[in-house]
Design a binder for this molecule. Structure first.
Ligand SMILES: *[C@@H]1O[C@H](CO)[C@@H](O)[C@H](O)[C@H]1NC(C)=O
Length: 861
């Protein structure tokens, strides 16, 4: 059946230009129910970026060295003005203000002997067995601690910044750096100690969270699936909880990872995002948990969509926005789903005090005995040992003679060894994602808190995708506004690292497999009107009424603030009201009568709609004018077309709507004799812009008037007359060409009509239908050997507009040519003729067979 239907459609449409579009539409249509069962079932605060910049619009600075790849480790040193980059076999020192300037470089490769050992173990010499620099941390003012995978035999060394050389104090990197360059991994240096989440063995099967370079020796996790079960580490950082703590609480190091859940019975592996933490002062236990964490606890980090119960169960990256009071710090996490068919990402935010509550007050879970429950882990409800298992040693503990974890009673230690998992989940602020994005995979996040002109602070999120795009959003109380998206990488590859300098960052830095990119944090100067500047709702940008331009507040710290207008609520009415310019000031364009032309008008915002006015009256799309993506098309210029055209942008923010003038044109008719088919006479006027500022549009249009005469128009264009003459058929032919979605709709309607008629005609032709049909068939076929007219009626309707402009005897050939049959007559051969020579038309023969089967199957025996 499908082949029959498609075959019929194909025969008619294969060679028309729109056939391709129809196929795409058909495929989309068919796949819709499938995808909607998964992808579309994720409701929530989905937002599209207001502005989508082109890469060429952004002034990016880039660094890469030929032959060097995997620039995935970045270390910012703002006081030195340097960015250190760990790549494959090399470490670079770049200038923070301009990363394309490389100061120094050191190469660190693997000696042949180790390389061969690695190759013998079955790894690739060209890739796996190289040295991927994955740890780059500050050891002291003039030294960096560096580790690399070193041919699956991780090594660490110290980089002396004085002469930028490795000191050669090669230390075993086991437990500090991964063996496998492709394996997930996290590390953080806290007070000279290196905390890592990685794998401890060659196979990558033994996960470990460890503290290295500590006077009391290395501390690590117990090797047990209830501690860590196939984790993918994404992030770790310290939270200084000791500061201002009345209980003498300890600083904590938090780890974020996704692991295979132990607590749920699930067909296959159910992933679950985790937050785990250890105390900085942990020294391990005396007898129990010797050289192991006594303070390792973990909890679920949930990012649920309340309406559906859907949970984003893979954490991809985390950023801790730190505040002076650690309780006010906020954890931002980006999440995706374990299931590939859900192409969505979410951002959830967690308050540090909620995290603290879970860890200090939450219930523990314990392994259940089989007969007790159908889940593998249940809540522990009995009495807890004291001090609380997993808690840091506090002032009250010290008063009881417990000075460090070494003094903790065995009961507490045994409990925490067997119950590292807390039952209570860490729930996001507002209990739902801040943001959900469809059809995109978020992989990196950095957040900055920005002071806006209204005196309030706003969190601005910079999020990197696996396609090299950066999205910037601002977090409001009840919504997230996606300000813009910028493609940062020249090809579609994942953003490996994203770093943001601490205060008032004018630039951010991203690392990828192919290089390092420095990008501005705001593109204020690209907004050409005050309305665009304010509706961007970017806390970095304000409209400078003195300069009449959109400026970055970071770049203008000294200008008087009363010159600036900013509205993060998106109230464009705060823009100064200019005098509306008159028609005479607009760009003058002369067009030839009868020609078609296009007035360009590019909107900066994805949220805005264009609104054209002609002599002050709103123009709607009609047979004479057509709104297109980047302007207004006027099909046939005539005396009525002369006058003033204005392009207005209209954008809605909440329930308010704002309009502003973008472009104006003055159209006049050029009545000189025509020398070319489509002549252009650029006007004497100047390009008009309401606020006299430069026209900077994100999609980079040329502001020229395109005069354009489509081929169909040219062949049937009447000699130049003063009366505009537009045939309805002519307009609809163009309609078909110019508007994609309408074309699809139109085709669907025609397709169904066509299919119906085709089926009737075919069955009639095959004599499956009685009476009247047979007589019609006789009338058509009886006299001479003419081709079957099976789908003539609908076809005629379909191509009426085209047919009018073609020679009558050419019609059937053009439309029916399938590319398979090349009959000399130009008409499709009859059914019998076709089956007698099947080899000549393999394509048609195939489908014809299928359609016979179909017809037979549908006929009662
Ligand atoms: C390193 O970069 C190359 C080239 O882009 C890429 O093919 C490879 O997957 C990267 N390897 C790792 C471990 O990231």
């Amino acid at each position: 059946m499908p082949c029959c239907v498609f075959g019929l459609v194909q025969r008619t449409l294969l060679h028309t230009q729109d056939a391709m579009m129809l196929w795409v539409a058909l495929l989309l249509f068919l796949s819709l129910p499938v995808s909607s069962t998964f992808g579309a079932s994720v409701p929530g605060p989905t937002r599209t970026p207001r502005t989508s910049w082109k890469r060429k619009d952004i002034s990016l600075l880039e660094f890469s060295e030929p032959g060097t790849f995997n620039y995935s480790t970045l270390l910012l040193q703002e006081d030195k003005g340097m960015l250190y980059v760990g790549a494959r076999e090399a470490i670079f020192e770049l200038d923070l203000r301009n990363v394309s300037v490389m100061n120094r470089k050191v190469v660190w490769n693997v000696p042949d002997k180790e390389m061969n050992v690695c190759a013998i173990k079955g790894k690739s010499k060209e890739t796996d067995c190289l040295n991927y620099i994955r740890v780059l941390e500050v050891q002291s003012d003039d030294r960096l601690y560096v580790c690399g995978t070193h041919a699956f035999q991780p090594m660490c060394d110290v980089l002396f910044l004085g002469n930028f050389t490795l000191e050669g104090t090669q230390e075993d990197g086991k437990g500090k750096c991964s063996f496998d360059p492709a394996q997930s991994f996290t590390t953080v240096m806290v007070d000279g100690n290196l905390y890592s989440g990685t794998a401890y063995n060659f196979l990558g099967s033994e996960p470990i969270i460890s503290r290295n370079r500590h006077p009391h020796g290395t501390l690590r996790t117990e090797y047990s699936t209830s501690w860590l079960n196939e984790p993918s580490f994404v992030f770790s950082d310290v939270v200084r909880e000791n500061q201002g703590s009345a209980t003498g609480d300890n600083d904590k190091i938090y780890f974020f990872f996704t692991e295979v859940s132990v607590e749920y019975d699930f067909l296959g592996k159910l992933l679950i995002p985790r937050i785990a933490r250890v105390c900085k002062g942990d020294l391990g236990g005396q007898r129990t948990l010797q050289k192991k964490w006594t303070s390792f606890l973990k909890a679920k980090l949930v990012c649920p969509v309340p309406e559906t119960g859907f949970i984003f169960n893979t954490v991809r990256d985390v950023f801790i926005l730190k505040r002076d009071d650690w309780r006010e710090s906020v954890i931002y996490g980006v999440f995706t789903s374990q299931w590939d068919n859900v192409e969505s990402s979410a951002v959830c935010a967690y308050s540090m005090s909620a995290v603290q509550d879970v860890f200090s007050k939450g219930k523990y879970m314990q392994k259940s005995t089989v007969e007790q429950s159908h889940t593998k882990w249940v809540r522990y409800n009995s009495i807890l040992p004291t001090p609380r298992p997993g808690a840091c040693v506090s002032i009250s503990d010290r008063q009881q003679g417990i000075n460090s974890s070494l003094d903790l009673p065995d009961k507490t230690l045994q409990f925490v060894r067997d119950h590292p998992l807390l039952e209570d989940p860490v729930e996001p602020i507002g209990n739902s994602p801040k943001l959900i994005a469809k059809d995109v995979h978020y992989v990196q996040i950095a957040v900055e808190r920005v002071l806006a002109l209204d005196g309030q602070q706003y969190d601005v999120m910079f999020i990197g995708t696996d396609k090299g795009i950066l999205r910037k959003s601002v977090v409001f109380e009840d919504e997230v506004h996606v300000i813009e998206e910028m493609p940062l990488l020249s090809k579609s590859e994942t953003i490996k690292t994203l770093v943001l300098p601490s205060n008032g960052a004018r630039f951010l830095y991203v690392g990828s497999d192919s290089g390092v990119v420095q990008a501005p944090t705001a593109l204020c100067e690209k907004y050409s009107t005050c309305e665009d500047c304010l509706l961007a709702r970017d806390p970095y940008c304000a409209w400078d009424t003195g300069k009449d331009s959109c400026v970055s507040l970071l770049q203008e710290p000294n200008r008087p603030r009363q010159n600036f207008v900013q509205s993060l609520q998106g109230d464009a009415d705060q823009c100064p009201k200019g005098n509306s310019p008159s028609c005479e000031a607009y760009e003058l364009v002369q067009v030839q009568p009868g020609s078609a032309f296009k007035l360009p008008c590019q909107l900066a915002s994805n949220m805005a709609k264009a609104l054209w006015k002609f002599n002050g009256k709103t123009l709607n799309s009609s047979q004479l004018h057509q709104y297109s993506a980047a302007g207004l098309v006027i099909y046939s210029a005539g005396p009525d077309s002369q006058g003033c055209y204005e392009c207005w942008a209209r954008e809605e923010v909440g329930d308010r709507s704002f309009s502003w003038l973008l472009h104006g044109f003055q159209i006049g008719l050029d009545l000189r004799p025509q020398s070319t088919m489509a002549g252009v006479d650029r006007g004497r006027g100047r390009a008009m812009n309401p606020k006299e500022s430069s026209t900077a549009q994100p999609a980079g249009p040329n502001d020229s008037v395109l005069i354009w005469a489509p081929p169909i128009h040219l062949t049937v264009a009447p000699p130049v007359t003063n009366t505009p003459h537009v045939e309805p058929g002519e307009a609809s032919a163009k309609y078909l060409q110019s508007n994609g979605s309408s074309t699809v709709l139109l085709f669907f309607t025609l397709l169904f009509c066509f299919l119906f008629l085709a089926t009737v005609s075919y069955n009639c032709y095959m004599q499956y239908l009685p009476g009247p049909c047979l007589s019609m068939r006789a009338a058509l076929l009886g006299r001479k050997k003419s081709p079957p007219q099976d789908y003539q009626p609908c076809e005629t309707g379909l191509v009426a507009s085209v047919a009018e402009q073609k020679k009558p005897n050419g019609v059937s050939k053009d439309i029916r040519d399938t590319g398979c049959e090349k009959g000399p007559s130009g008409s499709p051969p009859s059914h019998t003729a076709r089956t007698s020579t099947p080899t000549e038309k393999p394509c048609d023969a195939d489908c014809e067979r299928q359609s016979i089967e179909y017809a037979d199957a549908d006929t009662p025996p």
